[in-house]
Design a protein around this ligand. Structure first.
Ligand SMILES: NC(=O)c1ccc[n+]([C@@H]2O[C@H](COP(=O)([O-])OP(=O)(O)OC[C@H]3O[C@@H](n4cnc5c(N)ncnc54)[C@H](OP(=O)(O)O)[C@@H]3O)[C@@H](O)[C@H]2O)c1
Length: 306
């Protein structure tokens, strides 16, 4: 047996593993009556998660940068899927999305914070913030904190992090240079934003303790999606080849987030990091409660000024 097939065949304590698909981890679940908001519904892991969760009966609130993109993605989903415009790098758009969801007047069972951008080669700044941090972390922070009251009694928040959180700056979140003006690199900036996703899930879990609501973070695996669009030519040529040989397809890549979003065994599991549908230990920075707390407070201050 090759090393690749050994890795792919492995399953963990949950009974699921590397090669489990979103359809497999949700098999037998009846999600009729559940409402699941998914950001980045029009592409990659968000589109596949929406397809599978709708197939199980969930009503999807499908968010994309524009209403047109969201509507296009929602058309195939059925179950009264609702298209939402949510441009995560524009606080006004995220706040309008929050208001639109609130106006539906229905409890949201899952906030699946899936959208993201990766490894911008040059530092880009919008609203005074580094663009990956703004999009991946701050945009989702506004969305989730705005919708906490709309979250169902056993509602779940699922943050898409990444194993790339290990590539954050050596200090973790660089509070002294949070926009990375002094030390930008494509991967440390992406890593900082994904560490922020993980720390946000952790600090949110602490705040939600005792309410029945949960917050967790996931690494989906490495999957050839549109996410690679900002990578260099060398990286982009290598990425699909690597993906074809050893890494996950989109069905496998969507499994962990669908598992954490819906599996009944995780009803009271909160503040954890999952990969391959099992709890995993993240980096030491991601386990740092003081860093999680400081990030929450610093983000609140940033958001107040946006
Ligand atoms: N693929 C991987 O190997 C991998 C590994 C680890 C973690 N992840 C994480 O998994 C998540 C999903 O990634 P994916 O692989 O499915 O990538 P993808 O195919 O590129 O999908 C990303 C989605 O995010 C949306 N998005 C990007 N910027 C946005 C913004 N400013 N406002 C609103 N939506 C925005 C995109 O919309 P547009 O299409 O309109 O740009 C798209 O729908 C990301 O959070 C990523 O960090 C992926």
């Amino acid at each position: 047996m090759s090393i690749v097939s050994m890795i792919k065949g492995r399953s963990g304590a949950s009974g699921f593993g590397y090669a489990s698909t979103a359809e497999e981890v949700t098999a037998g679940l009846d999600l009729h009556g559940k409402t699941i908001l998914i950001t980045g519904v029009n592409s990659g892991l968000g589109a596949e998660s929406a397809r599978v969760l709708a197939m199980r009966g969930a009503r999807v609130l499908g968010a994309a940068r524009t209403k047109d993109k969201a509507a296009e993605a929602c058309r195939a989903l059925g179950n009264d899927a609702v298209p939402l415009a949510c441009e995560l790098s524009e606080p006004a758009s995220v706040r309008a999305c929050v208001a639109e969801v609130q106006s539906l007047g229905i409890p949201v069972d899952v906030l699946l914070c899936n959208a993201g951008i990766m490894a911008l080669p040059k530092r880009e700044v919008l609203h005074g913030q580094e663009l990956q941090f703004l999009t991946n972390h701050i945009g989702h922070f506004i969305l989730v904190t705005g919708l906490l009251d709309a979250l169902a009694p056993k509602g779940r928040v699922v943050m898409l992090s990444s194993s790339a959180h290990h590539r954050a700056p050596a200090v973790g979140i660089d509070f002294d240079d949070i926009t990375l003006a002094k030390s930008y690199s494509a991967w440390s900036a992406y890593g900082q934003s994904k560490l922020a996703n993980l720390l946000f899930a952790k600090s949110l879990a602490k705040r939600l303790a005792g309410t029945g609501k949960t917050a967790n973070a996931v690494h989906p695996g490495v999957i050839a999606t549109n996410l690679a669009r900002h990578m260099s030519l060398v990286e982009r040529v290598g990425f699909p080849i690597l993906a074809a040989i050893a890494l996950k397809n989109v069905h496998e890549g969507s499994a962990t987030q669908c598992y954490v979003a819906t599996h009944p065994s995780l009803e009271s599991v909160s503040g954890e990091f999952f990969a391959d549908c099992n709890i995993q230990k993240p980096s030491r920075h991601a386990r740092n409660e003081a860093m999680a707390e400081r990030l929450y407070e610093v983000t609140e201050q940033i958001v107040a000024g946006l």
